[in-house]
Design a protein around this ligand. Structure first.
Ligand code: FAD
Length: 445
């Protein structure tokens, strides 16, 4: 599959080899160190939500699906108002009140004339908060569930994405319903079984629908690369550092999943979709960069928070230098039709985020939810009008845009965004490992 994995990606001016170098040398090491920081390690998620589409596949009994959750108290900074800071408002004590201006301009001012009533009753404050929540939800590509009573903190470093043994009808029902019911499929496609979509039919789709399919397919590739790269080598090996088993790359599994001869020729296209998704998420980070650089990354430990801010600035600085960013300004142009298409796009994606509650393996559900939330956040940054500053010029679509002052992401969205991009970056790095394994396998017979 590596022979076909070269050159142009399609739907953008970038190519695979440029991304390989840029990711493996510049992005991957920075990102891995960033997501291991406390701020990014703890993800709050509700894994107990009922599947809204079909009767739940009772909780997965496979031991490798199990998730270890954390008590709130063990999350750094939680006791200092961590949640309030990131979701509603900063803890009052953290920010000093703005100094009162000591130059009065009221000398010849009649207060009655310029009077602006800024008093808002508690009841209307509540209404306004509800309107804002409603407007925010309309702009969202996912439903955030971190404020649910059932939501728990998960330490991602203790629950790595890897082979779990989740497969068969339950896993297929998820992927099938994603591709067949919630992706925009080419009308000509007569296939009701594997592969769900043929890449050759994608040319019959408009750019927006193609981008949607390619993003989902890229996510699917990334998940499957991870399970090949951290495959269960042996159970209960007695290996002290890993008492449950040993995990490592499985080249045969990788080839089964991506070799053209075993995938109706699709494997290399699925891998290209991974690169495509990488570009899309990287562009969202670049676009939101000025905002992300100003975030606090509060965990209650000033030196750790400072390091996190520095690491963010450093990573974004490298991302800005990428020469061929995805150009989202080419999408959703064309009046009413474009608006309808964008709404459909958002609805389809929201449905996919709901389908994640139907995944029958908690570990897979955790990473599936995190990665769809990360992608949903990227899509919001790229396509919601709130993230486009009025002065944004389509010609300058590749530059980081100045966002409106009031636009904010929730902590959980930021954690998901960086970790999701971290997963894609890791997958591209793992491809390099598989390429090297294959080379040495060929050379040594
Ligand atoms: P599947 O991966 O189930 O794919 C089904 C069909 O989709 C394939 O036959 C092919 O026609 C098509 N297809 C495959 N790849 C692509 C692609 N990239 N683009 C387009 N079409 C494609 N398993 C783990 O071990 N660990 C995990 O962490 C994990 N996380 C998961 C998360 C989610 C949300 C889901 C739905 C499943 C997860 N799984 C995980 C299961 C894993 O993805 C596979 O479903 C499982 O290993 C069975 O693989 P399969 O070979 O039958 O094909």
């Amino acid at each position: 599959c590596f022979k076909a994995l070269h050159g142009a990606l399609g739907d953008c001016s970038c190519n695979v080899d440029t991304i390989d170098y840029f990711n493996n040398v510049k992005i991957f090491p920075r990102l891995q160190s960033l997501v291991s920081k406390d701020y990014f390690r703890f993800y709050k998620v509700n894994l107990k939500k009922e599947c809204p589409f079909w009767a739940d596949d009772s909780r997965c009994a496979m031991k490798y699906c199990h998730i270890k959750t954390c008590s709130k108290e063990s999350v750094p900074g939680y006791a200092n108002g961590y949640e309030n800071e990131v979701i509603d408002e900063p803890p009052a004590s953290k920010y000093s009140k703005k100094a009162k201006s000591d130059c009065s301009t009221d000398a010849d001012h009649d207060p009655a004339l310029g009077y602006l009533n800024t008093t808002i009753s508690a009841a209307s404050k509540y209404e306004i908060a509800k309107w804002k929540a409603y407007d925010d939800a309309l702009e969202n590509f996912c439903e955030c569930d971190d404020r649910d009573a059932d939501a728990d903190y998960v330490d991602l470093s203790l629950n790595p994405e890897r082979y779990t043994g989740y497969k068969g009808p339950s896993a297929h029902r998820i992927w099938r319903s994603i591709y067949q019911e919630n992706c925009f499929r080419p009308k000509t496609n007569p296939y009701e079984s594997f592969p769900y979509v043929l890449s050759s039919d994608l040319k019959n789709l408009c750019l927006e629908k193609r981008v949607f399919y390619r993003a989902i397919s890229g996510l699917h590739s990334s998940i499957n690369i991870h399970l090949c790269a951290k495959y269960l080598q042996s159970e209960k090996s007695g290996f002290v550092a890993s008492p449950d088993g040993e995990w490592g790359p499985n080249l045969a599994e990788f080839q089964n999943r991506f070799d053209p001869s075993r995938t109706f020729g699709e494997g290399p296209n699925w891998l290209k979709n991974l690169y495509f998704l990488y570009l899309l998420e990287m562009r969202a980070l670049a676009k939101a960069g000025p905002y992300l650089e100003r975030e606090e990354y509060y965990t209650g430990n000033p030196s750790e928070d400072e390091e996190t801010r520095e690491a963010i600035g450093n990573l974004l600085g490298v991302i800005y230098t990428f020469p061929d960013h995805f150009n989202e300004s080419l999408m959703f142009n064309g009046g009413v039709q474009a608006t309808t298409l964008k709404n459909e796009f958002r609805e389809h994606f929201r449905n996919i985020s709901r389908i994640m509650d139907c995944v029958g393996c908690d570990k897979c559900k955790l990473w599936g939810k995190l990665q769809t939330q990360g992608l949903g956040t990227a899509l919001k940054i790229l396509f919601s009008s709130r993230w486009n500053s009025p002065e944004s010029d389509p010609e300058q679509g590749r530059l980081p845009l100045r966002h409106k002052q009031h636009e904010r992401l929730q902590r959980t969205e930021i954690v998901a965004l960086f970790n999701a991009f971290g997963r894609l970056s890791n997958s591209i790095r793992e491809l390099e490992n598989f390429r090297n394994m294959l080379r040495s396998f060929m050379e040594n017979g």
